[in-house]
Design a protein around this ligand. Structure first.
Ligand SMILES: [Zn+2]
Length: 210
């Protein structure tokens, strides 16, 4: 059984208070109203101002990021494309990131670039479409996407740079894709090469005459 704890705790009612002899004056309403209006308004103003500032900062960061990023990537990509245009494939290859050169021999690179130029013609211009900059452990990796124009058509170019050197690139275009079709068996090739990996027939004119 629970003991009835409330039983002995009833407080005796307070004796009726005598009315105050002096009632304090009602504070003037003007300052009070001002004090009240000071409450939510500055908050709202700060909220709106803050949101606007944040939007400006985000917008600025996106545009600034695109601009700053492309300012770093553009000269590297431009120099590379100029070298390819000039047929200076060895120079273009030498400027690529060592990791690219470790996995792709110069002959394969030259075959691919010749294939691109054969399919699209010389490169004429590009405009940045997107950029992604990632920094970790002192390594900055930037992926830039361009809408590229060549003499015979357009392409989407994606260039990945590590610490300012092209480590990976892709030039995608229907013209390049159709050029990557074996003329003998019609299979689509993964890359330009001397021989078709599907039918084994030579893919370059030079090889064909041998
Ligand atoms: Zn084939």
């Amino acid at each position: 059984m629970c003991p009835d704890t409330n039983a002995d705790q009833s407080v005796p009612p307070l004796p009726p208070q005598p009315p105050p002899a002096f009632s304090p004056p009602v504070p003037p309403s003007f300052p009070r109203r001002r004090a009240r209006s000071r409450g939510p308004l500055p908050f709202l103003a700060l909220g709106c101002g803050g949101a606007l500032l944040l939007a400006l900062l985000i917008g600025g960061a996106v545009i600034g990021g695109l601009y700053a990023g492309s300012k770093v990537v553009d000269p590297v990509v431009d120099a590379f494309l100029q070298q390819v245009n000039d047929g200076r494939f060895g120079e273009a290859y030498a400027g690529l990131h060592p990791r690219f050169r470790e996995t792709t021999p110069p002959e394969q690179f030259e075959l691919f670039m010749r294939g691109v130029v054969d399919a699209l013609g010389p490169y004429t211009s590009k405009s940045i479409r997107g950029i992604n900059v990632n920094s970790a452990n002192g390594v900055t990796t930037t992926v830039a996407t361009y809408a590229m124009t060549f003499e015979r058509g357009t392409a989407t170019g994606t260039f990945t740079l590590t610490n300012g050197q092209i480590v990976r690139f892709d030039i995608d275009s229907p013209l390049v894709r159709s050029a990557l079709e074996c003329p003998h068996c019609g299979q689509t090739l993964d890359a330009f090469g001397n021989f078709c990996p599907h039918c084994g027939k030579p893919l370059t004119e030079a090889e064909e005459t041998v």
